[in-house]
Design a protein around this ligand. Structure first.
Ligand SMILES: Cc1cc2nc3c(=O)[nH]c(=O)nc-3n(C[C@H](O)[C@H](O)[C@H](O)COP(=O)(O)O)c2cc1C
Length: 354
């Protein structure tokens, strides 16, 4: 089984990582993931302007010592600004600089960044060039793309033009989400596209190809590698409220398939909820952490045998005491948790950026 992944000079000891997830993948979620065996994390997309201007945007990009190796993901529309943003991330100690060409959210697209750039290859290549010039060989650069802006032949041509430029410019790797920008989250991620991609570009020396889309269980990681030939896999919605996906993936790598199917017990769930909450409070303060943890709690509830009741309890929770009340009420006694398919219905996604 593939065990190592190389990203330029960086070596990961497992072929998966936690994706950038706007509104979720902050330091707290990343540290919890790492403690469960995740070897590498990507930040949510960080706007170059926010990094350059300083203040809150810059503060939120600061790193914990235990949060390495990590890619800082940049989003922007002007080569000079995004290059300046890359330098800010280097100064903050990021191990990899990642460029987002994937976000399909309208307010982002209207400003010519993220997924918009999939339909503007000249602009995309100028941005990619500016970032790698700014970074040089200090750390590896990577890019996150969608499989195209839509299903047209023109979109496919644009994709390949951008992808070839990524390789020619010296990027260490790329992660491709197998949905189009237009598709957002409707319908499946096209793994056949990923297969064709690795067939065509897989031999490029020193270039690593990652896949994204429809990874809900640890088994999906290795199925994607087998079926598409990607070098490593992005775990996204499948790890929200489910850091055990990483422990389970490690178990599969160790040949222990039965552990890969074992759902977390109620006490394991409680411990992780408490740990995540504590980290979130130290990062954001009690008020904001309580609000953020509500949406995590909703996702964690899927592991609980009384999932629907727990979910409703997390939805109506107010403040720290209310939150502790939910834990006392539903997580006070140990017992088996619920495993199986944790896929979300398509319409369930509250999107900020993806
Ligand atoms: C709420 C949400 C926020 C996201 N934010 C980002 C982001 O900031 N950067 C990024 O590269 N991808 C982002 N994504 C996309 C995911 O990384 C991933 O490509 C996508 O969810 C497909 O994988 P999945 O079907 O396994 O969830 C986001 C996805 C969701 C659902």
């Amino acid at each position: 089984m593939t065990a190592m992944t190389r990203l330029g000079k960086l070596t990961l000891d497992a072929p998966f990582f936690q994706a950038g997830l706007a509104g979720y993948s902050d330091t707290a979620m990343r540290l919890v993931a790492r403690r469960h065996g995740c070897p590498f994390c990507v930040t949510e997309a960080l706007l170059d302007q926010f990094l350059i201007q300083g203040g809150k945007g810059l503060k939120s990009a600061e790193l914990d010592d235990g949060d390495h190796p990590i890619a800082g993901q940049l989003m922007g529309s002007h080569p000079a600004d995004i290059a300046a943003g890359a330098k800010v991330l280097l100064g903050l100690g990021y191990d990899v600089i990642d460029v987002n060409l994937a976000c399909p959210v309208k307010k982002i697209k209207k400003k010519s960044r993220g997924g918009h750039l999939m339909s503007a290859p000249d602009e995309a290549v100028a941005i990619l060039d500016a970032v790698i010039q700014a970074v040089g060989d200090r750390v590896p650069c990577t890019v996150k793309l969608r499989r195209g802006s839509d299903d047209s032949a023109e979109a496919l041509g644009n994709f390949h033009r951008i992808f070839q430029a990524v390789i020619d410019l010296g990027y260490a790797g790329a992660v491709v989400h197998g949905r189009s920008v237009e598709q957002k989250y409707l319908g499946p991620s096209n793994w056949d596209f990923l297969r064709a991609l690795t067939d065509r570009y897989g031999g490029a020396a020193g270039f690593t190809i990652g896949g994204s889309g429809d990874i809900w269980r640890a088994q999906d990681i290795f199925r994607m590698i087998d079926e598409t030939g990607v070098d490593f896999v992005s775990v996204a919605r499948g790890c929200i409220g489910n850091p055990w996906v990483f422990t389970q993936a490690r178990a599969i790598m160790a040949g222990d398939d039965s552990a890969a199917d074992a759902p977390p017990t109620i006490f394991q769930q409680r411990d992780v909820l408490l740990e995540h909450f504590k980290l979130s409070v130290s990062l954001h303060g009690e008020q904001l952490a309580s609000r953020l943890m509500r949406k995590f709690g909703i996702r964690f509830s899927r592991h609980h045998p009384r999932g629907e009741q727990v979910k409703q309890a997390f939805i109506s929770v107010v403040g720290l005491p209310g939150w502790r009340g939910v834990l006392d009420r539903f997580y006070g006694e140990d017992g088996p948790g619920v495993g199986g398919d944790l896929a979300l219905p398509e319409e369930a996604e509250p999107l900020t950026c993806e």
